[in-house]
Design a protein. Sequence first.
Lengths: 150, 83
Amino acid sequence: MIRVQREDFDVGAELAKLAAGRTDIGGLASFIGLVRETTDAGDLTAMTLEHYPGMTEKRLGEIEAEAMRRWPLAGALIIHRYGRLLPGERIVLVATASLHRQAALESCQFLIDWLKTKAPFWKLEETAAGSQWVAARDADDHATARWRKP
Amino acid sequence: MKLLYFAWLRGKLGKSGEELTPPAYVTTVAELLDWLATVSPAHKAALADRRAVRVAVNQDYAGPEHPVRPGDEIALFPPVTGG
């Protein structure tokens, strides 16, 4: 399931919902991305996430479908926020559920790696020095390339 | 043709989008960007470094040879930085 929203989410409630009523889930993996204060340009005061309504949901849905194809998952959830966020706030939740832990853990990492380089979101960082759009990182591209099929 | 601009492209162009009618010889993404750079000094400045610009046609990522047609929704944005 995919959600792109301005408001915060309750991690415990979301994970409970993903597993509710199921008895075929042996492992539930999750990743939570937070706004960190430290940046290359100095201490962050806020971060604004911009997205492309329509395309963002579409790409996230495709990325989730790819994970479902590659791993035997009982369920998956991606919640990504947009708007102006302060240090310490939650940005993204990725959760995957499977019969066994390996599929859940691997697919969770796959989803966050792919999301970072394929989903249309852009980060604007605010520091004492002003506002600056975050440049894409080569390290993220490499993390995505790791999952490319031979 | 509906053009959409995101992140610093929106900032440089001073708008989040516009409706434009390119000349008939514009049939690919690359030709569209070449033409778009001639529309105004702001467009030229925004498209100065073409490698920094990504394009989506009707909400799918599109390379330079991808066709563009009247009525398409074309989005221009920098490489994505979500997560």
